[in-house]
Design a protein around this ligand. Structure first.
Ligand SMILES: NC(=O)C1=CN([C@@H]2O[C@H](COP(=O)(O)OP(=O)(O)OC[C@H]3O[C@@H](n4cnc5c(N)ncnc54)[C@H](O)[C@@H]3O)[C@@H](O)[C@H]2O)[C@H](O)CC1
Ligand SMILES: [K+]
Length: 542
């Protein structure tokens, strides 16, 4: 499923109008109709138990005459309030009003501004509703009184769409506040008014929708928090802009779905192992990490790499951990790489790691590693002297951030996957965490392109960006996965998928999807409550 920016949406719109010859008014008509259908579907499912069975329907098996089922409402005693802005988003609301009226729903239009100020297609729709005899009001101070809102079944928010800039100004701000305060269900046209369509930032006054009908394509702001939190359920509805136009215009951001995994990323989610495969077929992962206080991180990453199907996993760890770890995971091979009793890493340990790496197919560096003297140079040696795919997490990322970013390091020919959480991303990009969160897709994409790596920006709706500019947004997982060791498990999963021959972007995207899904399965089947989920449960659910 494609995800677009407001500018891309305008380009797609223009392409359809100019190159395909579909008039803009047709697109607006389809948009408004789709919104009306979603209002009706919402009210029918909410009122299902009260629905009347049409008289005689159970008897007439042949020759039925049926109306457009999407535009048939069960409960005709409804009254919806449509909030109409002065642009094309308002125009969509006006079209929806006509279809709702036709379906037998009473509607009232509440214009934000004098309707005489409308221009273009929105003005055409204004005139059409005038002739339909739909009730009309223009926002004024009286509307702020709460009593005005009680009689409505629900509200359609057609105030501001992708043409919105900055904080909603008067009177839009007051209308949004009053609509939210009414407690009525709100169905948003295209995006909730007050949401930044590209970044998911939410203005001080922003519609809190029950359902958002995203027109033509998903907007970036609807899939990133906090925007995803005000959008409610999101329904993407076709309005006559063919899907292929997105490919024609080079849209390269997708929501991770089964279809995207299979057909865009060419990953087989149900891949079977070859009947004649042996452990060498499925790759050898080398995990580099673990220290005295964080031995579990290395263990979790190793277990996840095994569970995801790696043929072999070796964990390079400080000698001092060995007596505590030996036997915990019998399937795992242990390779002491630093001496000393404190379990800390040292610059010289590359002497032990590099020969180990030569026998392995993939490296995963960082889980539980800790910091040590000259660790930047240590990491640079591993970065430049190994030619296997590399996954880098946790302190490994902090080392890069301090070592002046990646600019002075040689670019690696093998796939390299960085898996920062927002704080680590901020340090890598030299900006603040709120700045990262304000535009997760944009920041991840720019960083991946600039440094020629695959980037996994973790958090709710993890963003996966590839060096060629493609971006995937994940939807699996839940807040219970914000728990110690969850990131170490992800590192192991991605490394294990790389070892089985997936590319950096394939392993990262599929790995993030599986990690989230395993978290869901574990919460459902093992702990019953997301909050009780442990990273170890997730690994067992892989
Ligand atoms: N995607 C498509 O191809 C189609 C989209 N449709 C709908 O059109 C809107 C976008 O319409 P547009 O006219 O460009 O912008 P808006 O309606 O979102 O609003 C513009 C309007 O509002 C004023 N304005 C801008 N920012 C603010 C603010 N912060 N406060 C107050 N007022 C503001 C601005 O001056 C304009 O007058 C899209 O979302 C879809 O809903 C088509 O109907 C179908 C094709
Ligand atoms: K809207």
């Amino acid at each position: 499923m494609y995800i677009v920016t407001a500018q891309q949406m305008r380009d797609l719109d223009q392409h359809t109008i100019q190159q395909l010859g579909i008039p803009a008014l047709c697109l607006m008509e389809s948009a408004g109709k789709a919104i009306a259908e979603e209002v009706i579907q919402w009210s029918n499912s909410a009122k299902l138990e009260q629905a009347d069975i049409p008289f005689g329907s159970s008897l007439s098996h042949v020759g039925q005459i049926r109306s457009d089922k999407n535009l048939t409402v069960h409960d005709q005693k409804q009254h919806w309030l449509i909030l109409v802005g002065k642009g094309n988003n308002g125009g969509d609301g006006l079209v929806a009003a006509r279809y709702l009226q036709d379906a037998g729903i009473k509607v009232t239009l509440l214009y934000a501004q004098d309707p005489a100020e409308m221009i273009g297609d929105a003005a055409i729709q204004r005139d059409a509703t005038r002739q339909s005899g739909i009730d009309v009001a223009i926002w004024n101070k009286d509307w702020e009184k709460e009593s005005n809102w009680h009689s409505y079944t629900g509200i359609v928010d057609a105030l501001l769409g992708t043409g919105s800039k900055g904080e909603p100004r008067a009177p839009y701000d007051a209308m949004i506040t009053a609509a939210n305060r009414s407690g009525k269900p709100i169905i948003a046209a295209d995006i909730p008014s007050g949401l930044h369509a590209d970044t998911g930032e939410v203005a001080k006054t922003c519609i809190q929708a029950s359902v958002t009908v995203s027109l033509a394509f998903l907007k970036r702001g609807l899939v990133q928090y906090p925007g995803a939190g005000v959008a409610g359920d999101v329904v993407v509805r076709q309005i006559g802009i063919p899907r292929f136009t997105a490919q024609t215009l080079g849209v390269d951001t997708h929501l991770v779905t089964k279809e995207v995994l299979e057909h865009v990323l060419e990953v087989d989610p149900e891949r079977a192992r070859a009947v004649d495969g042996h452990k060498g077929t499925y790759g050898h992962v080398l995990i580099v990490g673990g220290s005295m206080n964080m031995s579990g991180a290395g263990l979790l990453a190793s277990r996840a790499a095994l569970r995801i199907g790696s043929g072999l996993v070796t964990w390079a760890l400080p000698q001092a951990l060995l007596p505590h770890i030996a036997g915990h995971v019998p399937e795992l091979m242990l390779a002491p790489a630093v001496e000393g009793v404190d379990g800390k890493w040292e610059r010289s340990s590359t002497d032990a790691i590099l020969p180990l790496a030569e026998k392995c197919d993939v490296l995963a560096v960082g889980p539980g590693l800790g910091r040590f003297e000259q660790d930047g140079e240590w990491l640079q040696t591993l970065w430049e002297k190994t030619d296997q795919p590399l996954v880098l997490d946790a302190d490994g990322l902090n080392m890069i951030a301090e070592a002046d970013g990646l600019s002075s390091w040689q670019s690696r020919s093998a796939d390299t996957v960085l898996t920062p959480h927002p704080g680590e991303m901020a340090r890598l990009a030299g900006i603040s965490t709120p700045e990262v969160q304000r535009d997760r897709i944009g920041i991840a994409r720019d960083f991946a392109i600039k440094h020629g790596i695959t980037l996994v920006l973790k958090g709710a709706r993890t963003v996966i960006a590839s060096a060629d500019g493609r971006v995937y947004v994940n939807t699996t997982g839940h807040p219970g996965m914000a728990t110690g060791g969850s990131g170490d498990a992800l590192t192991g999963i991605i490394a294990g998928l790389l070892a089985q021959g997936l590319s950096g972007i394939q392993a990262a995207t599929f790995g993030v999807h599986l990690h989230g899904h395993a978290g869901e399965v574990a919460a459902n089947q093992r702990t019953g409550n997301p909050a009780s989920l442990l990273a170890g449960d997730l690994i067992e659910s892989l």
